[in-house]
Design a protein around this ligand. Structure first.
Ligand code: CTP
Ligand code: C5P
Length: 382
């Protein structure tokens, strides 16, 4: 019964490291938001992560900023404790805590959600299969282009080789181990704003690779968003990106890059596989008022043409200085510099996960007399 009373707002709590934020994190936050009205996300400090998991790739300031820009997030709590306490939920008036259906443990192997689980204030959502920080790091270190062809046998063998470097190759954790992400139209619909520009809207168009979506991209998109009312991002195909970036770029394939960009709160629409040159047809079709590019170099097109020739001729091209110089290449360099630390971190994480999986299996055998590993059923499908 309504009785003119306002329905109580449901406040949802999530927390995590959110290092190298990817669309898997975004998808967990999307699902969490759907369980309530307001989503509060706690992000751990560098110190806490280093203590429990190993050094993060991104600094806490970078990680806070990335999570704040995810469109389902209403508030970020900086420096949230690694073990989720009832006091934390109370402090932010949250009704329950939501996490993906993987196991998170402290340095001592304790389930970080044991307190909220015991209090019945824990909900689970499906973890997005096929993407993890570990997987992305593996792709960067491989220096091959095989991740373009997901499902390819050669890729799987190479990846297995890379992720087993220095590890016990006889057992893989179901969470840390690499699997493959299968893009579906449903996922795109879930991530899409579903909005169209209003006739009076000033439409802004930007294009690029947006590979390993990072704070440099974010600051650029924030600046581009300020140029108008409706922001369209054109994403180049994998082959095009590889033509102008070379080596093993892009690290994330087109489908993955689409989801990363769609998760950003400044973006209204994405063109999947945009032409490298911003053509008159494209500008007229989307009724583009202004085309922007950041301070990074503009690689020429196939016939050494300027990809921004048309918008320049129409006098609607703008260079934006986001004030951030981070590039995808910088991230890859960070990973390469810290390769050994990351390998050690992943080995440690996988060992802890395997121990936890074994403990669950043992408990299950005791309870059921059966050898099946039971996991809590996620309460919502992905
Ligand atoms: N998450 C998810 N799907 C993924 C990766 C993460 O749903 N593919 C969820 C986790 O279950 C958790 C939240 O994102 O609820 C934050 O995860 P985080 O603490 O950052 O750790 P992971 O991303 O799991 O760490 P890693 O990628 O290094 O394995
Ligand atoms: O390099 P990439 O194609 O991913 O860049 C996409 C857009 O983001 C480009 O316009 C680029 O100039 C901009 N950018 C930026 N600042 C950064 C990184 C990228 O303005 N630090």
């Amino acid at each position: 019964m309504n009785n003119g009373q306002k329905k109580k707002e449901i406040r949802v709590w999530c927390d995590g490291c959110y290092d190298m934020v990817h669309f898997g994190h975004a998808n967990s936050l999307r699902q969490a938001k759907a369980l309530g009205d307001v989503l509060i996300v706690g992000v751990h400090t560098d110190e806490e992560i280093a203590k429990h998991k190993g050094p993060p790739v991104f600094t806490q300031e970078e990680r806070y900023k990335m999570v704040k820009a995810i469109k389902w997030v209403d508030q970020v709590v900086e420096g949230a404790p690694y073990v989720t306490t009832l006091e934390t939920l109370d402090k932010y008036q949250c009704d329950f805590c939501v996490h993906g259906d993987d196991i998170t443990v402290t340095a001592d192997g304790i389930d970080t959600y044991h307190l909220v689980k015991e209090a019945g204030k824990y909900r689970e959502v499906s973890r997005t299969a096929g993407v993890s920080t570990t997987d992305l790091v593996g792709r960067m270190l491989l220096l091959t282009r095989e991740h373009f062809k997901r499902g390819d046998k050669e890729y799987s063998v190479a990846l297995e080789h890379s992720s087993n470097l220095g590890t016990d190759s006889t057992a893989r954790s179901p969470y840390t181990g690499c699997s493959q992400f299968l893009p579906t139209t449903q996922k795109i619909i879930q991530f899409s704003s579903g909005l169209s520009p209003k006739p009076t809207d000033r439409v802004v168009y930007v294009a690029g690779a947006f590979d390993l979506f990072h704070v440099g991209h974010l600051d650029f998109l924030a600046a581009a968003h300020k140029q108008g009312d409706f922001l369209i991002v054109g994403l180049h195909t994998d082959l095009e990106v590889n033509r102008y970036k070379g080596s093993n770029y892009p690290i994330m394939n087109l489908h993955e890059r689409v989801l990363s960009v769609l998760a950003c709160k400044y973006v209204h629409e994405v063109v999947i596989g945009a032409p490298y040159s911003v053509t008159a047809d494209l500008m007229d079709h989307f009724k583009v008022d202004v085309v922007c590019h950041g301070m990074t170099q503009i690689a020429p097109g196939v016939n050494v043409t300027d990809p921004y020739l048309v918008p320049k001729e129409r006098n609607c091209f703008k260079i934006l200085d986001s004030g951030n110089t981070m590039t995808t290449e910088d991230i890859v360099q960070r990973i390469i510099r810290h390769r050994l630390e990351f390998e050690e971190r992943n080995n440690k994480k996988e060992k802890k996960e395997l121990a936890a999986v074994k403990a669950i299996a043992k408990k299950s055998v005791k309870q059921n007399g059966d050898c099946k590993i039971t996991q809590q059923e996620p309460i919502k499908s992905h």
